[in-house]
Write a protein that binds this ligand. Sequence first.
Ligand SMILES: [Zn+2]
Length: 180
Amino acid sequence: MGKVHVIVGPMWGGKSTEAIRLIRRYRSGSKAVLAINHSSDVRYGLRSIITHDMEQVDCLQVADLDDVPIESVVSCDVMIIEEAQFFSGLRRFVRNAADVHDKIVYVIGLDGSAKRERLGEALDVIMDADTVEKLLAVCRICGGDAPFTGSYREIPEDGVLVGGEETYLPLCRKHWIENQ
Ligand SMILES: [Zn+2]
C-alpha cells in the first residue's frame, strides 16, 4: 500500500537536507526515487541537486504537478515533493500517487507564512497522511528552537513575498511575537 508523510517547518528548518537524506536512504535500498521540485521559471526540466559529498540527485522541476509524466509516477517507488506549498492540486496528486499507484509519498514544505497564516496546500494533505512531522529551525535572535518564519520587512496581505536571507529569518515564539 502507499503511504503519505508530511514534513513541514519554517525556512532554515532543514527541509532540503531532510529531502536529500530521504533520497539517499531509499536509493541505498535500491528504490526508485522521483524527486519533484517547484519551478516558477522553467516549465519542465531536470535539475541536479549536488549534496555536500558531491552526490548528484536528479530532481524533476515543474511549475505544475500536471506536468509530471504519468510514466514517472508509475515507475517510481518513492516520491519526494519539495516546496510543496507552491503546488496547486497537491492533494489530488498525492492521493492519486498513494491511493491509486501505491507510492510512498513525502510532502515537504512550508506550513505557514511569516504571518503564521496557511500557505499553499501542504496542510490539506495532512488529512491523507500516515505521519506528520514539523521540523524546527534555530531562532536567529536567541538560539532557541524556531518553529516560525519571521520577516525583516512588511509582508503583503496575501503572505507572499519572495525572498531569502535578506527578507526572512527563523524565530522562536517569543521573538516571532516581538517581530510583529
Ligand atoms: Zn528566540
